[in-house]
Ligand binder design. Structure first.
Ligand SMILES: C[S@@+](CC[C@H](N)C(=O)[O-])C[C@H]1O[C@@H](n2cnc3c(N)ncnc32)[C@H](O)[C@@H]1O
Length: 290
C-alpha cells in the first residue's frame, strides 16, 4: 500500500479500535471518526508524497520549488507533453473532461491549470459559461493566456495566480473542479482536496487526472526504462531541465494512487468516488462529489 493511503487507513483503524475499547455504539461514532480524520488530514499530517520535491538540497518550500521549476520549462511544456506522450495526453484529458458531461456544469474551476489545456478543451466539450484557471506558476499562466487570446476565449476563460491550499473563492462557488497532472505537485495534498470540496457547490463534482504506475508485467519494465532514461534525457535536451523529469518519476512513485487516492477523497467527505485507470494504468481518472 502507498504511504499516504496507508497513513489514512492506519488512522481510521486506530480510531475504530479506540472506539471499540471505550464500548461506544458504532452508530454514534461514524460522524465523529470522519471529522477527526478530516481534522488531522487537513491540519496536522504531512504525508510522504508531500515531501517529494524537485531538489532535496534546496531550502525553498515544495510550492516555491515547483513554481520555479514550471516557470523554467513553461515555454517548452506543451511541446514536451505532446512529444513524451506521443499525443495520448490529449485523449486522457478529453476522457477526464467527459466525466462532467452529464452534470453539464456552468461554472468550472481548473486547479493547477498550467498552460490551460484542460480549460481550453473544456470549453469545446462542456460549453460552460465561465472557467477560472488557477496556478502558482506565472510562467505557465502567461503561456496559457496567450493561447486563450489566440483562440478568442477571453470572455469564457480567466487565469489567475492561486494556490490549491488556499483557494480565494467563497464556499459553494463552482459546479465542477478539474485538476490535470496537478495534485501530485501540491505541497499539501489533503489541504488542496479539502479546499476544492469547500468551493464546490453541493452536488458538484471533482475530476482529477494523474499519472499512475502500470501493473502489467512487461509494461512495468518498459515504463521504468522510459521514466528513468528517456523522459529525463529528452527533457534535458529540449528544456535544459533534467531535474524536472527526474522529479516526475519520483513523485509518481510516491503518489497514493488507485484505491488509496479514493480513500483520501472518502475520508475528506467526498461521495460517489471512483477511479478509472487509462492506458494500462499509466494514467488514472479519479472522481468524487460533494
Ligand atoms: C504538470 S503541470 C499540469 C498543468 C495542466 N493542468 C496540464 O494539464 O497540463 C502541474 C501544474 O501544477 C501547478 N501547481 C503545483 N502546485 C500547485 C498548487 N499548490 N496550486 C496551484 N497550482 C499548482 C504547477 O505550477 C504546474 O503548472
Amino acid at each position: 500500500m502507498e504511504e499516504g493511503g496507508s497513513q489514512v487507513s492506519f488512522l481510521s483503524s486506530a480510531l475504530s479500535l479506540g472506539i471499540k475499547m471505550l464500548n461506544i455504539p458504532k452508530s454514534s461514532t461514524t460522524g465523529f471518526k470522519k471529522n477527526v480524520i478530516l481534522y488531522i488530514c487537513t491540519t496536522m499530517t504531512k504525508f510522504a508524497h508531500d515531501n517529494i520535491v524537485p531538489s532535496k538540497d534546496s531550502l525553498l518550500s515544495k510550492k516555491e520549488q515547483v513554481a520555479g521549476m514550471f516557470d523554467s520549462i513553461a515555454g517548452r511544456y506543451d511541446f514536451l507533453n505532446r512529444f513524451l506522450s506521443g499525443g495520448i495526453d490529449l485523449w486522457w484529458r478529453k476522457k477526464a473532461i467527459r466525466q462532467l458531461k452529464k452534470l453539464n456544469p456552468k461554472k468550472i474551476l481548473d486547479v493547477a491549470t498550467g498552460t490551460a489545456d484542460v480549460a481550453i478543451m473544456s470549453t469545446d466539450i462542456l460549453h460552460p459559461e465561465k472557467i477560472t484557471g488557477i496556478d502558482i506558476s506565472d510562467g505557465m499562466l502567461d503561456i496559457g493566456r496567450k493561447k486563450i487570446k489566440k483562440l478568442g476565449l477571453e470572455s469564457t476563460i480567466e487565469l489567475l495566480n492561486g494556490d490549491s491550499a488556499a483557494i480565494k473563492f467563497n464556499d459553494n462557488s463552482f459546479d465542477a473542479v478539474t485538476v490535470a497532472f496537478g495534485v501530485r505537485n501540491f505541497e499539501h495534498l489533503e489541504k488542496g482536496l479539502s479546499e476544492i470540496k469547500r468551493v464546490l457547490k453541493p452536488g458538484g463534482k471533482l475530476v482529477v487526472l494523474e499519472f499512475s504506475k502500470p501493473k502489467t508485467a512487461g509494461i512495468t519494465q518498459l515504463y521504468n526504462v522510459y521514466m528513468n532514461l528517456v523522459a529525463p534525457n529528452v527533457g534535458k535536451f529540449f528544456s535544459n531541465n533534467r531535474t524536472a523529469y527526474k522529479y516526475l518519476d519520483e513523485s509518481i512513485k510516491k503518489f497514493p494512487e488507485g484505491k488509496n487516492f479514493t480513500l483520501i477523497l472518502d475520508n475528506l467527505g467526498y461521495t460517489n468516488t471512483y477511479c478509472k485507470p487509462l492506458s494500462l494504468g499509466i494514467c488514472s481518472i479519479y472522481c468524487g462529489e460533494k
